[in-house]
Structures are given as C-alpha cells and as structure tokens.
Design a binder for this molecule. Structure first.
Ligand code: UD1
Ligand code: CA
Length: 453
C-alpha cells in the first residue's frame, strides 16, 4: 500500500469566531502543538506524501505557522467560505497532479488516528471510490448521518436536511474522507448547493458516487476522530483526551506516574523507562529524559535534556538548554537555563544557574546565583569539576571557577578563580566583645530621651 501515492488535503479555512481569539482557530495548541499540526502528523503517519492546506483569505499567520509544522505543504486560499467541497476544490491544482489516494481532513479535528486514515486508504487500495470514516454516538445532533441501504452507504445527510426518521440514525460522518484520485475531480465538480445551508457539501460526493455505481464504503472509528474544536471548552476536552492517551502510553512503556492525571506532557516529550514522575509535573516542548530519572513533584520542565538517573525537584524549573548529565541533581526551588550540569554535580537548593557549565561532581550551595545578565547581554559562567560554591554566592559572569576551586559562602565573585584556590569575595567578619550590649544601651537611652522630650 505504501507505494500508492497520496495527497492529504487539510481544510483550515474556518473562521473560528467562537474561540474569541486573535489567533486563527487551528493554530490553538494541544500539548503545545497547533491543532492543525496534529492533523498533519496523523497524515504523515498514515503514509501521506504530499500535503495541501486550504486556508482562509489573508491568512498570513497561517502561512507563517505552516512553514514550521508543515514546510512542504502547499497552501491554497479559499476566497469565500462556500462549503467543504468548495474548500477541497481550492486545492484543484494539487488534485490534478494525479494521486492514487486523496485524504480530506479538517484542521480543527486534532485527535484523528493515523490508523483510521490507514484503514481508509486500505479500502481505496481494495477498489473503493469513496471511503467515509464514521463513528457511532448516542448524541448525533449536529453531525451528518450515514444513510445506508441494504448494508451499503448511499448518502450522507447533514442534520438540517435530515427527515425526522433520518435524525434517529446514530452512525455519523466523522469528517474524514478518502477518495480515489482518479474519481476525485469528476465527483467534486458534480456537487451542487441545493441544501438547507446553500453550501457545496463534500459529503454529497457519496450520493453522487453511489448513484453512478461506484463502490462507496463506510469504516468505523472512535468518536475522538470526529472531535471538532469550536471553542476553548472543546479545546480543553481534546487536550484532556490527548493527555490521557499519552499518559497511558508512557506508563505502558515503563514510566511510573504516581498520579497520572496530574502530569502534563508535550507533543514531543521523550521519557525513558524506569523514570518516576511524581504528582503535578509539567513538561513543555523539547524535553528528553533518559532512563531511571526521578522527577519530583511540582517541577516545570521545558527544552531540557535529562540523562540517566538524574534527580530533579521537587519544585525545580528546568528551562530551554538545561542539559543534565548522568546522576546530576537539581533540587528544590532551583532554576537552570542554558547550562550543562555534568555528571554527579549537585545544585540542590534555591539557586539560579543560567548560561553556565557545572563540572562533574561540583557542589553548588544554597542560594547561589550566576549573574549572567547585565541588562544588555548574557555572559557565561564556567565552574570546574569538583568545585565547591559556598551558599549564597553570586558569580558575576563572565567568570570561571577552576577545578576543585572553593568559594567561601556569601561571596560575590567577579574575578576568575584558578584550580584548587580558595576565594573570599566578601568583607572579613569582625567580632567586638561586649559591643552588642553597649549598642543596645545607647539605643534604649536615646529612645527614652525622645519620649520625654
Ligand atoms: C462537517 C460534515 C458533517 C460531519 C462533521 C463532523 C460536511 C458538509 N459536513 O459538518 O457531515 O458530521 O463535519 O465534524 O462536510 N471548511 C472550510 N471551508 C468551507 C467550509 C468548511 O475550510 O467553506 C472547513 C472548516 O474550517 C472545518 C471543516 O471544513 O474545519 C468542516 O466544516 P464545518 O462547517 O465545521 O462542517 P460541519 O457542519 O461541522
Ligand atoms: Ca465542525
């Protein structure tokens, strides 16, 4: 089947006004990825080679965004929103190139399953002219109904055009359709707009094809395949379903999630076996975790690479470029950005490490700050292997601490420290016996004098 050429057409010319947003509907994200990009991924996973994106007039944001998630896609503008068949025909030039299979998907239906697409393509390979991916629901209101006669699909009727009898049908059009390339344009060009909405309905090709004796087939998939997003409540619903699937997948692949419903993955999170994730952990985009790591509760992690057996959190924040090598430790209330924490190094408490390298086995005391920014530019801090940074030190970058260097706590380090050196960057302590008492007495009598006067 993989030899069959395939074009996916993704309809994304919707107005999406119910999102109440300046952002086009299909660019709203699920697991950090625009919903239309989820559709693109599903198409690719089903072996679709080429991609046509049908967008609304003047959708510059869409074009720009598409360059990121579908750089090879060809964009077509549907000038007027005259219906789903009209939208598909906006990609006429692409369809005309001649494909074995054509898949039509909606950009606002992000949970479609590549397997449902592959199953539909298989039906085309077996000779069907049109394949409709249907689903069953007890609440069919709003969906096109699949009208069957003698076990054969003969039409799809939109809700508004249904008779009372037809409205009772619970087998619905999920919106995914596969069409044999050689029939596609001929069928689409026959679609008229005689219906309650006066639109050119893609779904009408079913009746047209069936009437011409072509093979029309309905397959069945789960409801999620049809879950179209129209507002932010539905967006959250889709996010919930996506997360539930991903958690299940993670657990079955050997990751312990103590309270799965409180862990949020990104579309691209990679997490290895024997990692334990405690409750309330958030993964933003670009996280890679090897095996055996412990991610303690309430950690927020994005763009970070975490090697085997690392220990992170609780309440750690790893930002883009955080690169933890084997057995590194980043503890509570620590933030790490654009920094390598080498093997076995420890950043345990209340620390900010940005634009830095921390050598293997180094120990970073509580409250250490790499002062990496002067308000204009960022500078680098290099901490050598085995170094010890005393608590509450400020390392003013650019600066380096040599191998096994030792920084006294409370230091402000502005000059680089060589290997094995001890550096104090603070005033020496003075202790004056009896002076505390004397001071108190002076202050007390001054206060009394003020009260009197
Ligand atoms: C459509 C199906 C219906 C199915 C339902 C599943 C048709 C005629 N109806 O109904 O059978 O049960 O989806 O969710 O296909 N679009 C354009 N340009 C247009 C019109 C639509 O790009 O001119 C895009 C929309 O952005 C949307 C998709 O096509 O992504 C579906 O359009 P919509 O109007 O939402 O169709 P439904 O009424 O939901
Ligand atoms: Ca819809």
């Amino acid at each position: 089947m993989s030899q069959r050429s395939c074009l996916s057409i993704i309809l994304a010319a919707g107005e999406g006004t119910r999102m109440k947003s300046a952002v086009p509907k299909v660019l709203h994200t699920i697991a950090g990825l625009p919903m239309v990009a989820h559709v693109v991924k599903a198409a690719e996973a089903a072996g679709s080679g080429d991609l046509a994106l049908v967008i609304g007039h003047g959708a510059d944001d869409m074009r720009k965004a598409a360059l990121k998630f579908a750089p090879k896609a060809e964009a077509f503008v549907q000038e007027k929103r005259l219906g789903t068949a009209h939208a598909v025909l906006a990609a006429r030039a692409a369809i005309s190139k001649g494909y074995d299979d054509i898949l039509v998907m909606f950009g606002d239906t992000p949970l479609i399953d590549p397997e449902a697409l592959a199953a539909a393509r298989l039906k085309l390979a077996e000779g069907a002219a049109v394949v409709v991916v249907g689903f069953r629901t007890e609440h069919p209101s709003g969906y096109g109904r699949l009208i069957e006669k003698a076990g054969k699909l003969v039409a799809i009727r939109e809700e508004r055009d249904c008779s009372d009898e037809e409205k009772k049908i619970t087998f619905c059009n999920g919106g995914l359709m596969a069409v044999a390339g050689r029939h596609a344009l001929k069928l689409l060009d026959q679609v008229g707009s005689k219906n309650a909405k006066g639109e050119y309905y893609l779904t009408d090709i079913v009746e047209i094809a069936a009437a011409q004796g072509l093979d029309v087939v309905a397959t069945e998939a789960s409801f999620e395949n049809a879950l179209g997003i129209n507002n932010r409540a539905e967006l959250a619903q889709a996010e919930g379903i996506w997360q539930a699937r991903r958690r299940q997948e993670a657990m079955l692949s050997g990751v312990t999630l103590v309270a799965p419903e409180t862990v949020f993955f990104s579309h691209d999170t990679e997490i290895g076996a024997d990692t334990i994730v405690e409750p309330n952990v958030w993964f933003g985009p670009g996280v890679k975790i090897a095996t055996g790591a412990k991610i303690h509760a309430f950690s927020h992690i994005e763009g970070a690479t975490i090697a085997s057996n690392c220990d992170v959190g609780p309440f750690a924040r790893l930002r883009p470029g955080a690169d933890l090598r084997n057995k590194a430790k980043v503890g509570n209330f620590c933030e790490v950005k654009q920094a390598i924490v080498e093997e076995g190094a420890k950043v345990n408490h209340l620390t900010y490490i940005g634009d830095a390298r921390i050598g293997a086995g180094a120990n970073i005391g509580a409250g250490t700050i790499t002062c990496n920014y002067d308000g204009y530019s960022k500078f680098f801090t290099d901490i050598g292997e085995g170094a010890f940074i005393g608590s509450n030190s400020s390392l003013v970058a650019p600066v380096s601490i040599g191998k096994d260097g030792y920084i006294a706590s409370g230091s402000v380090i502005t000059e680089s420290v060589p290997d094995d050196a001890l550096a104090f960057g603070r005033a020496r302590q003075r202790t004056l016996p009896g002076k505390g008492k004397e001071l108190r007495e002076r202050f007390a009598s001054a206060a009394a004098a003020r009260k009197k006067g």
